[in-house]
Structure formats: structure tokens, C-alpha cells
Design a binder for this molecule. Structure first.
Ligand SMILES: Cc1cc2nc3c(=O)[nH]c(=O)nc-3n(C[C@H](O)[C@H](O)[C@H](O)COP(=O)(O)OP(=O)(O)OC[C@H]3O[C@@H](n4cnc5c(N)ncnc54)[C@H](O)[C@@H]3O)c2cc1C
Length: 454
């Protein structure tokens, strides 16, 4: 017997995962996606767009009983491969030698989750259904079908998983006491492409996330299973250089040649692509509440659109689902208790990863090409290996420690940052970083600052 009826608006990765977990808890679920079914049409065919999934995402998938299948299609990236402006290549590990983040196809994981949803009793998937309106008192929704006619759908509850431009969230603007902020980043982005070798192998190191850090802008590349790489160029929207300032072909050619000379051997028509494509903006959205009348909830990017510099947007959305899964059990299906518990648990973490992601642009685009930054990372890695109870580097907390909430990672990371500023201020640190006295000083400072508490 059904425990109740849910509408889930948005059949992206988070909506599909949410539908599965609700279905497995015995709910009747209608999953409504605006676009055509990507498994049957060509909307995703052609080049893959990939994202990095980290332990947080995998852990959340595993808690809901999914993960192994998706991981079989993923490529582990064990370090950052930093491409200097002079073409010099250096490797910067992510954490311990076995720590990896995983390159997955965004459409691939979405399709895998939709396949699982289709096999679950109690879940009905509907495509080409665009949500147009919501009654926030009753969870009644109106969808436009095939751009032709409208249907009204009644359910006990609605979850909006309709992404960064969420229609449900925009409709919620008319509700009393709804707080909303949207902030544009200076950067926009375009995707570029590195094709495979003729034998299907990768042209550059496969098991790495490649970064060409150039301070105010950067190029990154993530591997795909077909031997290609998906690259993303993050560059300011305006100013010098920017998408706005680089209009003439000769200027674009000079920009690529002077900044990404080694990548020019591999990139497929980067100048043509740059000239043809319109750059996409990057923005973050913060709202509260995430639920309305114990009837309607926001989840995934609809609740927290963040910028991609920590590679955590989807990880965070999957973690939202895992938290809901836990709360359904804790509160025994009492949605009057689950909705407030869910938003109170997740909102501080959504805000924390938004802040961390904003800050990480500087780390990726500037600092990862800087010798002092690399020394700092090596000191932290060495110290953390020696005193794991005293110190976990911020990146490892965010990426490899699902048991540490994002908000806690932000707080502890700030404390550790203050200590590391003192260590990096030691005279001669650039030559002495590997010496025992540095470890001793760091130990004394760390113990004095926060003791054995992690
Ligand atoms: C350049 C870039 C790089 C990124 N890299 C990473 C990364 O490395 N790691 C990571 O974890 N995250 C990354 N992200 C973030 C990640 O892509 C998102 O966090 C994730 O896709 C969010 O999933 P979602 O299901 O909430 O939303 P979406 O993936 O946006 O899915 C929303 C779905 O809702 C549908 N929809 C929208 N409106 C309606 C409507 N009115 N009615 C019905 N359906 C509707 C859409 O068609 C879509 O299918 C990146 C994002 C960008 C832009």
C-alpha cells in the first residue's frame, strides 16, 4: 500500500535519485522532466560533459543502495596535473595516494538513475512535462505537456529538483517571508574538447584533473571513458582579458597561443569554438526556507545553486537526498517533522559549500600554480599523515570526509588557515619546509589552537 503520493519536478540527477529513494520507502512517485527522455533522443548525444564526483557523492549513493554500477563507468583522478605557462608539468596530489575524485559523465549518471527509477514499482516517469504552476498549500501542480496542452497533477507533496533556474523557487518569491539572493561571479565559461588518439587512448594523462592556472582565468580538463577530455575555460565576463574583450579572431588566437601553448597541440579548434559559443554565466543562489507549508520542498541546485570550483554541486545534491533518506527513517514518515528537520540540517551546509566553492576559484586558478601554495600543501599533507587526529587538510575534509559536514569543514578550515599563515611566515620556509623544526612548530601551534579534537 502506498504511504502517500509525491510529485518530483525535474528529472536531473538529483530528481531521479530522490524519486528512487521515495519509491523505495513505499511512496507513489510521479517524476516529471521538462525535456525529452535523453535515453531515447539525441539531446545528450555527441560530446560528453563530465563532472567530478567525490566520496561525498559516492557515500550518498551507497546509502541509498546505488553506486557500484555508476563507479564502473567513472575514471579516478588521483592528482591535479598543473600545466605551467612555460609548459612545465607538475603533479599535486589530492590527498593520500589512494584518494581520488572521479570523472563521470553527467548525462551517463543521470541516465543510469533514470533506468533504476523505471525499474522501481511505484515510480512513473514523464518527459516533456514542464512545470508551469504550483499551489503551495496543496502541492497541486500544472505541467505543460509537449508544449501543447496542460495537465493538473494532484499529490500529497511536491519536491522541486528543477535545477539552478528552478521554476518552483521563482514561484515561491510570491510567498511571505521568502529570502532570496542571486550573485553573479565575474567569470563565465565555455566548454572545449580534446579528442582521443586514433587508437582511442587519451592524448594527455588519463588519471588526472588537468589545470592550466593563469591567475584571473584558467582552463581545466577532465577525462572521459572514450579517450576524450571535456575542457572548461573559465574567464572573466568583462575586463581584460575577457569574453567581452576578446572579439577579434587574431586576439583570440594570441590569447590561446600565449596562455595555453602546450594545450594547443591537443585542443580541437579552440579558436573557432571560442568565437562561435556564447559563454555561460556562473551564479549562486541562496534561499530560505527550503520548504513551504510542510507540502513543498526544494532540493539540489533548486535549493542551492553554487559555482563549480570545488566540484561539489552534484555531490551536495546527492547528500541532500541521503539526509532525507535518514530523516524519513528517524521521523517515521512524519512530513510535518521531516521538512523542517531537512531544511535546518541542510541549509547551513549549503551555505558553507557555496562559500567554499567561491573561494576555491582563487586556489585553482592562482595558487595551484604557485610554489608557496604547493609547499603549504606538502607541509599540511606531511603533518596530517603524522597527526591524523589533529589535522585534516580542508580539501580532504570537503572531498574525502563525508562524515564531516560542509559547515564544520569551513569552520575548521578557517582555524587551520590561521595556523598555516604563521607557519608560512617563518623565515626560510621555502627551503626548510621539510625540516623537523617546521613540524614541531606546527604541532605546537595546532595543539595550542585547537588540541586533539578532530
Ligand atoms: C560548468 C559546471 C561544472 C560542474 N562541475 C561539477 C563537478 O565537477 N562536480 C559536481 O558535483 N557538480 C558539478 N557541477 C554542478 C552539477 O552539474 C549540478 O549541481 C547538478 O547537475 C545539479 O543536479 P540537479 O538535478 O539538482 O539539477 P539539474 O542537473 O540542473 O537538473 C534539473 C532538471 O530539471 C529539469 N527542469 C528544469 N525546469 C523544469 C521545469 N519547469 N519542469 C520540469 N523539469 C524542469 C531540467 O531539464 C533538468 O533535467 C557543475 C556545474 C557546472 C555548470
Amino acid at each position: 500500500m502506498s504511504r502517500g503520493k509525491f510529485t518530483v519536478a525535474g528529472g536531473g540527477p538529483v530528481g531521479a535519485l530522490l524519486a528512487i529513494l521515495l519509491g523505495r520507502h513505499g511512496y507513489e512517485v510521479g517524476l516529471y522532466e521538462g525535456r525529452p527522455d535523453s535515453r531515447k533522443t539525441s539531446i545528450y548525444q555527441g560530446r560528453s560533459i563530465n563532472i567530478a564526483l567525490s566520496d561525498r557523492g559516492w557515500h550518498s549513493l551507497e546509502q541509498i543502495g546505488i553506486g557500484a554500477d555508476a563507479k564502473s563507468e567513472a575514471i579516478p583522478m588521483f592528482h591535479r596535473a598543473i600545466h605551467g605557462i612555460d609548459g612545465e608539468l607538475s603533479a599535486l596530489p589530492y590527498g593520500k595516494e589512494w584518494n581520488a575524485i572521479w570523472s563521470v559523465s553527467r548525462s551517463g549518471i543521470n541516465q543510469q538513475l533514470l533506468d533504476i527509477a523505471d525499474q522501481e514499482a511505484g515510480i512513473e516517469t514523464h518527459f516533456e512535462h514542464w512545470l508551469m504552476d504550483v499551489d503551495f498549500e496543496t502541492a497541486r501542480t500544472v505541467f505543460q505537456v509537449n508544449r501543447e496542452h496542460e495537465v493538473t497533477v494532484d499529490a500529497d507533496y511536491l519536491f522541486a529538483a528543477d535545477g539552478a533556474n528552478s521554476k518552483v523557487r521563482r514561484l515561491a518569491h510570491n510567498l511571505p517571508r521568502f529570502s532570496y539572493s542571486q550573485t553573479y561571479m565575474p567569470q563565465s565559461y565555455i566548454e572545449l574538447h580534446i579528442p582521443a588518439n586514433a587508437d582511442g587512448s587519451h592524448k594527455i594523462e588519463k588519471n588526472a584533473l588537468h589545470i592550466w592556472p593563469r591567475k584571473d582565468f584558467m582552463l581545466i580538463a577532465l577525462p572521459n571513458t572514450d579517450g576524450t577530455f571535456t575542457c572548461t575555460l573559465f574567464l572573466n565576463h568583462s575586463g581584460e582579458p575577457s569574453f567581452e574583450s576578446l572579439q577579434e579572431r587574431a586576439a583570440v588566437e594570441a590569447f590561446f597561443e600565449s596562455n595555453f601553448a602546450d594545450a594547443m597541440d591537443y585542443l580541437e579548434n579552440p579558436v573557432d569554438t571560442f568565437m562561435e559559443k556564447t559563454a555561460s554565466p556562473l551564479f549562486l543562489v541562496q534561499v530560505f526556507p527550503w520548504s513551504f507549508n510542510r507540502k513543498v520542498g526544494l532540493i539540489g541546485d533548486a535549493a542551492h545553486a553554487i559555482v563549480p570550483f570545488y566540484g561539489q554541486g552534484m555531490n551536495c545534491g546527492f547528500e541532500d537526498c541521503a539526509e532525507l533518506n535518514r530523516l524519513i527513517e528517524t521521523h517515521d514518515h512524519d512530513w510535518d517533522a521531516i521538512f523542517p528537520a531537512y531544511e535546518n540540517a541542510r541549509k547551513p551546509n549549503g551555505d558553507a559549500i557555496a562559500e567554499l566553492s567561491k573561494r576555491n576559484f582563487v586556489e585553482m586558478s592562482d595558487l595551484s600554480g604557485d610554489r608557496r601554495f604547493q609547499i603549504r600543501k606538502m607541509i599540511e599533507a606531511k603533518f596530517s599523515a603524522r597527526y591524523p587526529g589533529l589535522w585534516t587538510p580542508l580539501y580532504s575534509m570537503v572531498t574525502f570526509s563525508p562524515e564531516v559536514p560542509y559547515a564544520e569543514a569551513l569552520r575548521v578550515g578557517d582555524e587551520q588557515n590561521r595556523v598555516m599563515e604563521k607557519i608560512m611566515g617563518l623565515p626560510g620556509i621555502e627551503n626548510d619546509w621539510d625540516k623537523q623544526y617546521v613540524m614541531d612548530q606546527l604541532h605546537a601551534l595546532a595543539k595550542a589552537s585547537f588540541g586533539e579534537r578532530q
